[in-house]
Design a protein around this ligand. Sequence first.
Ligand code: AMP
Ligand code: MG
Length: 394
Amino acid sequence: MHSVDQAIARLLATVQPIADVEQLGIDQCCGAVLAKRLVSGVNVPPADNSAMDGYALRHDSWHHADTPIPVSQRVPAGAVAEKLAPGTAARIFTGAEIPPDADTVVIQENCSEIDGSVLIKKMPEKGANIRPRAQDVAKGQVVLEAGRRLRPQETGLLASLGMATVPACRRLRVAVLSNGSELVEPGEPVAGGQIYNSNRYLLNALLRGWGFEVMDLGIVRDDPAEIQQLLGETAGKADVIVSSGGVSVGEEDHIRNVVAGLGALELWKVSIKPGKPFAFGHVCGTPFLGLPGNPASVLVTALIVARPYLWSLQGMSNTEVQPMQVRATFSRKAPSRTEYLRVRHSPKGLEIYPSQSSGILFSSVWGNGLAVQPEGHEIHKGDTIDFLPYALLL
Ligand code: AMP
Ligand code: MG
């Protein structure tokens, strides 16, 4: 059996990231992975501009609070400022370009304008209230490296550089299949022995949230011939296939044999709880991830084992997530496999959901992340333990 770290390392060692690049519209790029290093072609802001509404002038043209200074121009945002006439001030507004030769902006609260001249009650230091050209980003500066997943703030930054399109890695295409003869789709009546298919929607949502394209294969029964046909047809059409169910040791668990027959089963069983029967292999050259059937196992193995692998396939350069250190409000005996506990982080510390059974998906709905309990480690109330908020994994 592989440790969690070994399993992840084995998967990562096989990764060949998506090489296809597509130009995405700036409004479509959030969530995508940047395919190229981006260097700014412009300065942001493009020119010195005013941070406040007020008056722009040369610092050395002010001598006394009672001496009026003529106002020689008015510069609203969007206007082009003229060179400042010597000994004068410009009425100026936030975001407007500083007139050449002005070096300071006085906020309007410290000024009074009478008959075309301004009295400045309090002069700030030279350079005050001016946002210098290129303060945010300088022309020629590397703004983002390839492999970054674009969040709303990166999207905004790229727009601030004037980029209308962004070179992104083609979205990973992930085929999803739900294996189990007992499965029924939501909306259908459930007969005796049947349960609703939750993994399909859990996985689809997770994968789409990660920015992938989902190729939804629906349900396949516990029938080796049916599984074989579906996997065979899907190989080559998706970048990776993800299944749930049918990877355990029961007589009705056929996934592993079919994968081995169509390609290779390269890894089976990880020392993780929930989720031990996790499987990895290839079918006709297409990578295959076999997640267990229990919904909490699906969530945990998807977030912990599949996520770094899929993120790498998608072209992300850094797939590591730094856990937070948080105090446990519970004690727990040492497990034989590394456990990912469904917990809730609150001002009280980490609380644990009373049942950690792999069939209890509600534990993850109740909570806001996973606490890590390494195999062989006890947790004592008050211990500081690793906590992975779902927000960092989604
Ligand atoms: P298996 O690994 O196929 O033995 O499945 C383990 C448990 O997970 C069984 O109780 C299954 O009924 C349940 N299960 C498998 N697939 C799904 C699914 N798609 N949705 C909900 N439960 C499932
Ligand atoms: Mg099954």
